[in-house]
Design a protein around this ligand. Structure first.
Ligand code: FES
Length: 103
C-alpha cells in the first residue's frame, strides 16, 4: 500500500504560511517557502502546541507556546527549549498534485 497522500495542489498553499491538515492519521503542518513545500508533524516535541499556529521566520517555525524553533526543511531543533527534532515528512509533486509520505 502506498504511503503517499494527496494533499492538494501547490496553489492551495500560500508562500510564507503554514497549513494544518491530517494525512495518514497524523497531524501535519505544511509550509510553503517560495516554490518549495515542506511538511512537519504538527506537534511540538516540547509540549502540546501546534506548529501550524506558530510564526515563520528565516526558514524556521517558532512554537507558539514557548518560542522554541524548528528548521522547517529538516525538523531539526534550533533553539531552546526544544531539544528534540520534530518529524519531517517527504513531499513531492506528481502531475500537479502535492503528495506527502506518511507511514
Ligand atoms: Fe513548543 Fe514548549 S511547547 S516550545
Amino acid at each position: 500500500m502506498s504511503n503517499w497522500h494527496d494533499i492538494g495542489t501547490a496553489d492551495d498553499f500560500n508562500d510564507g504560511e503554514a497549513l494544518a491538515l491530517v494525512a495518514g492519521g497524523q497531524p501535519v503542518a505544511v509550509f510553503r517557502l517560495g516554490e518549495d513545500l515542506f511538511a512537519l508533524r504538527d506537534l511540538c516535541t516540547h509540549g502540546n502546541a501546534r506548529l501550524s499556529d506558530g510564526y515563520i521566520e528565516d526558514g524556521c517555525i517558532e512554537c507558539p507556546l514557548h518560542q522554541g524553533l524548528f528548521d522547517i526543511k529538516s525538523g531539526a531543533a534550533r533553539c531552546l527549549p526544544v531539544t528534540e527534532a520534530v518529524r519531517s515528512f517527504p513531499v513531492r509533486v506528481v502531475a500537479g498534485r502535492v503528495e506527502i509520505e506518511v507511514s
